[in-house]
Structures are given as C-alpha cells and as structure tokens.
Design a protein around this ligand. Structure first.
Ligand SMILES: [Zn+2]
Length: 193
C-alpha cells in the first residue's frame, strides 16, 4: 500500500484543521470524474481554499493505479458527508442508517464529518466502475483503518447510505451488493492481518 502524503493547506473550505471527535465509520465515495487522477482531485480540494468552489474534501483519494493520496490528516475533519438537504426516504436531513450509526452527529446542528474518515475512489467511467488496483488498495486501506480504530467491516459505508439523495459511489448505489462484497473482502483482510 503506497500512500503519498500531500496535505491541503489549512483553510476554511476544505481543511478547517478541526479535530475529529472519534472514528465511528469509514465512508466510501467516488470522485465522479473518470478523467482526473487522485492528485488532480487533491488539487481540486486545494483550489477550494479561495472560497470560489464551495466546501468539500476527503482524507484519502485512491487513484486508478492503486496509489493513495492523503489530503487530510486522519485526526482532522474532512468535509465529505455533511448535508443540509433532506433524505428522500426518511424525510430528514440524514438517513435512518446515519442516525443509528452516528446519533447526535447526524443532526442539522452537527455532521457525520465529525466522526468519519472519507475515502474517495477514482472511477474509470461514468457508470462508476473501478480498476482492480483501486479496489484492492481500498480493501487494504479500510482493513488498516478498521484495525487501528477497533472497527469492523460493517463500519464501512457509503456516502449514499448517509446522505440518501447522493448517488455516491454511483455504481455501489445502483448495486448495493458490491458494498457487501467489499465488506467481505475487508473482513477477510482484517482476519489474515
Ligand atoms: Zn461522496
């Protein structure tokens, strides 16, 4: 597992330098841009420091080649799964799953960003397919995070499962069984060490 540490400049919009309160889950995303590398996605987060591009970031971005770019230190908040819009199923701001997992963090006055690590995967097409290299690295990274924070593979979820109106990652939103398969691979990796 190769990690390039390339942390964002501290700024209000993508790296607020606020401490993560605790780690309750890993949230998987897709970058939604098959043309951009992990480094380019990191640079996009960096460009938000001017305020012109709104809020948004993630801790890790995994390239199509399987190499990880670390954009935010794990002990700081990234802006990856907050929302002020309502989930179409529950009619509330976060999903029922988010409320179960995160309790008081899944409220309009707080955010699951306070208690989650965000991992972005770079897709190869607009359907959201990933390379084996990306998925294999994601399995390794998630197993490592779970081991270090006392989590299990069930604590890996998706942006869509937290913020219902987001199709992120798109392929796993359309095929939820892919998240199940991913969790099984992470569980296996944790077991084998
Ligand atoms: Zn997302």
């Amino acid at each position: 597992m190769q990690i390039i540490h390339d942390f964002l400049t501290i700024n209000e919009y993508s790296r607020p330098a606020r401490k993560l309160r605790e780690v309750l889950a890993v949230v998987i995303h897709w970058t939604a841009n098959p043309a951009a590398t992990a480094k380019e996605n990191r640079d996009f987060f960096e460009s938000r420091k001017t305020g012109a591009g709104g809020y948004g970031s993630a801790h890790y971005i995994i390239d199509q080649n399987g190499i990880i770019v670390a954009a935010i230190p794990e002990n700081e908040i990234a802006y990856h799964c907050g929302t002020s819009e309502r989930d179409p199923v529950s009619g509330r701001v976060y999903t029922d799953e988010a409320r179960q997992r995160f309790g008081h963090y899944a409220k309009e006055t707080s955010s699951p960003n306070n208690c989650t690590i965000g991992v972005e995967l770079c897709p190869i097409d607009n359907a959201g397919n990933f390379t084996d290299a990306t998925i294999n690295t994601a399995i390794e990274l998630c197993a490592d995070i779970c081991s270090r924070y006392g989590l299990n593979s069930g604590d890996i979820t998706t942006h869509h499962n937290i913020v219902g109106w987001k199709d992120c990652p798109r392929l796993w939103t359309n095929k939820p069984q892919l998240l199940d398969a991913f969790r099984a691979s992470v569980a296996d990796k944790i077991k084998r060490g």
